[in-house]
Ligand binder design. Structure first.
Ligand code: KIV
Length: 274
């Protein structure tokens, strides 16, 4: 699906139908201007719970709340016309029971207009995914490194190496069989990501996975060089907006101190010319 040929935002089924075709393009967004910038170029935009770390300075995604996801989801929705919006379910909003997950997923969709929600987890979330899908909530799954579980995973490690590969493959099969329309594979060895992509019926969206996934996603602040606290190996920086921005701010400060800004072109005369 080319950005120029597309008229309406895709639905989850359109994303599912892209399995094995032109790679699916996606980025995270948290604000209206960022969403506007990527709308013509992405198949879907994820309002990721990474917002907690990249915009709010939190040490992990664990402190992100439903209120934050709704606020940022509404902002992103205002910037999208062509791209589908997926909103992350934050930690604690879906793990307790399928009923809890439905209540919060329904709130996220109703408040933000999201086309789908994303939640983390494999086999243990399959029942919840099936419950949501049966009740009208399209679900994108997220397996491999699931950042909401860093405390039980022992940090931000690659998942599925060696003997752990079979369990990750079982997670991929479980979320696909449960009715998820796609699955994010985060920090998974490339060969295993290829096997999963070849075996399951739904598109795989890679982040630190494989070039052969059905699609790719990055955190927009990472790829624009706006978030520089650390750089995972899987991030490619396509711009250096953080350092460019700091240089611009330094120029502004210098000009203000030297009384070089504002110039006459930025100032107003007493009377407007007649
Ligand atoms: O929250 C997020 O940004 C994500 C992506 C890394 C897939 O889940």
């Amino acid at each position: 699906m080319s950005a120029t040929a597309r008229k309406a935002a895709p639905m989850p089924d359109d994303i599912r139908a892209m399995k094995g075709g032109t790679p699916i393009v996606s980025l995270t967004a948290y604000t209206t201007p960022m969403a506007q910038m990527m709308d013509a170029h992405c198949d879907f935009v994820l309002v990721g719970d990474s917002v907690g770390m990249v915009l709010h300075g939190m040490p992990s995604t664990l402190g992100v709340t439903m209120e934050m996801m709704i606020l940022h989801g509404k902002a992103v929705a205002r910037g999208l016309k062509q791209s589908m919006m997926v909103v992350d379910m934050p930690f604690g909003s879906y793990e307790e029971s399928p009923a809890q997950a439905f209540r919060n997923a329904a709130d996220l969709m109703a408040e933000t207009g999201a086309g789908a929600v994303k939640l983390e987890g494999g086999r243990h979330m399959a029942e919840t995914i099936a419950f949501l899908v049966a009740r009208g909530v399209p679900v994108m799954a997220h397996i491999g490194l699931t950042p909401q579980s860093i405390n039980t995973l022992g940090g931000y490690k690659v998942q599925g190496r060696g003997a752990a590969a079979a369990a990750l493959m079982a997670d991929a099969r479980a979320v696909s069989d449960a009715g998820a329309f796609s699955v994010v594979l985060e920090k998974v060895p490339a060969a295993l990501a290829d096997q999963i992509t070849a075996e399951i019926a739904i598109p795989t969206i890679g982040i630190g996975a494989s070039v052969n996934c059905d699609g790719q996603i990055l955190v927009v602040d990472d790829m624009l060089g706006l978030f520089t606290a650390f750089k995972p190996k899987f991030v490619k920086r396509y711009a250096a907006l953080g350092s460019d921005g700091e240089a611009a701010i330094a120029s502004f400060a210098e000009e203000v101190r030297a009384r070089a800004f504002p110039g006459p072109e930025h100032s107003f005369a007493d009377k407007a010319p007649t």
